[in-house]
Ligand binder design. Structure first.
Ligand SMILES: *[C@@H]1O[C@H](CO)[C@@H](O)[C@H](O)[C@H]1NC(C)=O
Length: 383
């Protein structure tokens, strides 16, 4: 026991000077997380849960995977099969009578899933959660922020949350909150959303340099690609989505809006989309999306025709239109071996006329994005 105690003491000593790396930019500018609190590495899953959820400012360093997969055992229950494609369609756990309410015609079956995936870990205010190298992460359970602020989640892997089942769990869920920076993470094999906001307003958040790794066996689109990448539905969301690597997905990259009367303001730039067999942007009612300097490489549908506002410039006529709204030209997007970029709703631009972080953003040329994002997104780059 003494041996173990001093081992833990040494670890704590080693990580003492660690803090979040770099500075939040975009809407999350000013986020400091746990600030200068002494960095600590949790000794158990329970300690990680306790530290994330309490009201103390903390810098929590993960140097290994905290595996929750079997921590609560399994449950057996009804599921339905809304997708009839093959091979390997996801099934939907019948949570809150979802199958009866929304997929009444779908075949029913019985499934067994991991209970830990259904209940995420609550994250309180003033936290930095930082992974070490490529080693830090959480398996089998996601994170949930509900009305909290000043949070940094950086350089961690979140994966293996009931990937076979919709409603099996999200990776990062935010229902209301402000100053939240989700940076340099790697997310794969998730049941439902990789990231999701709603329905409370998320003002303001930046999702940057993350890898949304969509490759996996189970898929709602049966093509080895995850459909549920990012969903932004909060009423008043202000979100920067930049420098992310969205790879082998089939939808929601992101889906924005969809609730009448709600509005979401999304500035998406310099993201690298590769091999998306489905859509990237899906601007539903209430969405105001300015997407610039993104590179779409083999993306079936870079943007859908849904009824929200979206501005995705492709040429100098479009980029110049930005000047009278945001005080600078926009940066053109590029689509290679992809569907057409055909959305230039000025209504999207008019939503950002006083958006400081949109106006002052430093956006790279789309031609630089592939190399930059491949070298800089994901784990082990910054710490
Ligand atoms: C977070 O930190 C701020 C600034 O120090 C403080 O005012 C606030 O009470 C803290 N929140 C919590 C939940 O501890």
């Amino acid at each position: 026991m003494r041996c173990l105690t001093s081992f833990v003491a040494v670890l704590t000593f080693l990580v003492q000077d660690v803090a979040a790396v770099g500075s939040a930019f975009g809407y999350a500018t000013g986020t400091t997380g746990g600030g200068s609190a002494t960095a600590q590495t949790p000794s158990s899953n329970a300690e990680l849960v306790s530290w994330l959820g309490d009201s103390t400012a903390r810098v929590i360093v993960l140097d290994k995977i905290y595996d929750f997969t079997d921590s609560e055992g399994s449950a057996t229950g009804t599921a339905c099969a809304p997708w009839t494609c093959s091979p390997n369609p996801q099934l939907a756990i019948d949570q809150n009578s979802w199958c009866e309410n929304y997929e009444a015609g779908a075949a029913k079956t019985t499934v067994t899933y991991k209970k830990a995936g259904i209940t995420p870990i609550a994250v309180g205010s003033n936290k930095t959660l930082l992974g070490k190298g490529k080693a830090g992460g959480i398996a089998g359970k996601g994170l949930k922020i509900t009305g909290k602020s000043n949070i940094i989640i950086q350089n961690i892997r979140i994966y293996q949350i009931n990937p076979q089942f919709v409603w099996g769990g999200d990776a990062i869920q935010i229902d209301g909150g402000s100053k939240i920076w989700i940076d340099h993470n790697y997310i794969q094999y998730i049941g439902r959303q990789m990231v999701v906001t709603g329905y409370g307003a998320v003002t303001a958040a930046t999702f940057s340099n993350n890898v949304f790794e969509g490759a996996g066996t189970y898929s709602a689109t049966c093509n080895g690609r995850h459909y549920w990448a990012a969903l932004f539905t909060g009423n008043g969301d202000q979100i920067t989505f930049a420098l992310n690597y969205v790879y082998m997905t089939s939808g929601r990259g992101p889906h924005v809006g969809g609730t009448s009367g709600y509005k979401q303001y999304i500035h998406a730039y310099n993201n690298y989309y590769v091999s998306v067999a489905g859509h990237a942007f899906d601007p539903q009612v209430g969405a105001y999306v300015l997407a610039e300097g993104n590179y779409f490489n083999t993306v079936d549908q870079p943007v859908t025709t849904a009824t929200g506002y979206a501005f995705l410039p492709v040429d100098s006529t479009h980029t110049a239109q930005c000047s009278s709204y945001i005080g600078r030209a926009c940066v053109a997007n590029t689509a290679l071996s992809s569907g057409t970029l055909n959305r230039n709703d000025l209504g999207a631009l008019s939503a950002f006329t006083s958006a400081t972080y949109v106006k002052s953003a430093s956006v790279k040329a789309a031609s630089e994005v592939g190399a930059f994002v491949q070298a800089n997104a994901g784990l082990g780059i910054i710490n």
